[in-house]
Design a protein around this ligand. Sequence first.
Ligand SMILES: *Cc1c(COP(=O)(O)O)cnc(C)c1O
Length: 401
Amino acid sequence: MISAFSHLSADLQTIATADLYRSRRVIDSPQGIHLQLEGRSVVNFCSNDYLGLANHPEVISAFKAGVDQYGVGSGSAHLICGHSRAHHALEEELAAFTGRDRALLFSTGYMANLGVMSALLGRGDSVFEDRLNHASLLDGGLMSGARFKRYAHADVEQLKPHLDQATGNKLIVTDGVFSMDGDFAPLKSLAALAKSTGAGLMVDDAHGLGVLGQNGGGLLDCFDLTQDDVPILMGTLGKGFGTFGAFIAGSEDLIETLIQKARTYIYTTALPAAVAEATRASLKRVIADNWRREHLNHLASRFRSGAEQLGLECVKQVEEPLGSDVRLLSAIQPIVIGDSARTVKISEHLLKAGFLVSAIRPPTVPKGSARLRVTLSALHEEQHVDQLLEALDNAVNAVTL
Ligand SMILES: *Cc1c(COP(=O)(O)O)cnc(C)c1O
């Protein structure tokens, strides 16, 4: 008898043989620059809690107060009876924060991306995506049923002719800050191209919002781009904001369309109201605490120059001028190693030395470009960065193939 899925064990073996096997680490502490892992403390260089808000006392007390007021579960989807005053207030605050007509909360960023693209695109339409876009954007484009075209990373020239030939509604979709590279999309050129070809533009600024720009306005703020230039903005709340969830911000018509048509909005339980209350508190810190962004940028620059001195390969940064003299860097500063097995071994070596840095391998990144995805936090100090650089130097020299 042949049983269903009897190939799983062999498939798992294939993944392991290619050094692509993934497993989880069990953490016993809150998020922060020190994590409790298997009975010891390690310095954390892989979290997306860039601003150090996931365990902030004001965010925690807002969450607790939210639970006292609303209980834990939201009870249903937003359109039934799960849309609380807390959700509503957060949406209004996010709209003001992003300088847009409206914002709509989704339970996760993954669902926001699937929901928007499926609501706006269908067969006969065309979607254009940067090759290095986040998986949720690629999946959203594929699921929408539109004609799907990937363009070379940040290559506006290559994208141009495809747009001219396209039919139906056209949508260009890009990460703002790329999640595995930490570099920036050429948003000014993309916005100009979208305008001149009558295409829509959607930017997923999961790693830029809160982290970059005046008062945390994100990459669009750095580039001075408005709702008119970038009609669809997606942001996540589980990264720089330190809580959970995501939102889409844009015009009145866009948001109303999503409420009518986005299946990942309609057919899922609203996130807990207390999470919305916690996020309202973290949004206040995001806006007020410019020191977090300034410190992050300083650490990123210190890490990059240190890594370059050690002969390590950093990811190239944006070439498009940002309109200021400050050299802006994201909180994501990966070191490209190349080989998957070697990357994993270096990461294990670092862990032994007390540093948690994740090894990112294909298919999350292109073949042959496995990397250590170093992320910085506003709570790191210079000495943490210097210690990591020393440990990296030791690990890279110790681990040969
Ligand atoms: C993390 C991430 C998402 C998904 O957001 P979740 O809220 O974690 O589901 C989407 N896009 C990008 C670029 C991301 O980095």
